[in-house]
Design a binder for this molecule. Structure first.
Ligand SMILES: [Cu+2]
Length: 119
């Protein structure tokens, strides 16, 4: 009787531990918001955990006073126009890349980075 009770407790702990591990994976943030305004891409640096395979970035250009009217990410063959006040999403595979640079058509005039970090 005593033995089965401690077995039950061990089992319970194992179940809770696995649920916690599962929810931690589910909590990895994979969607990011970037505003394009007078300062350029804000934020201009996005850190993603190395475990992520795919991320999504929502861009919203909120001013006409910028030349960053598109987002270009050459490594991923992404080149999208950013209409004023319209959310534009890009989604791509980040596994295997450490650092990705995106920017406007004038290359590094306005740019941002996506950096993979181990957490
Ligand atoms: Cu530019």
């Amino acid at each position: 009787m005593k033995l089965s009770k401690s077995l039950f407790i061990i089992l319970l702990i194992a179940v809770f531990a696995s649920i916690k591990g599962y929810s931690d994976v589910g909590k990895l943030k994979d969607t990011f918001e970037i505003e394009v305004n007078e300062k350029g891409y804000v934020p201009s640096k996005i850190e993603i955990p190395s475990g992520l395979k795919k991320i999504k970035i929502n861009f919203l250009r909120t001013t006409d006073k910028t030349c960053a009217r598109e987002v270009i990410l050459e490594e991923q063959n992404i080149n999208k126009k950013l209409p004023l006040n319209k959310k534009v999403s890009i989604s791509f595979d980040t596994s295997g890349s450490k650092e990705l640079i995106f920017g406007c058509h004038m290359e590094k005039m306005f740019s941002g980075k996506i950096i993979t970090v181990s957490k």
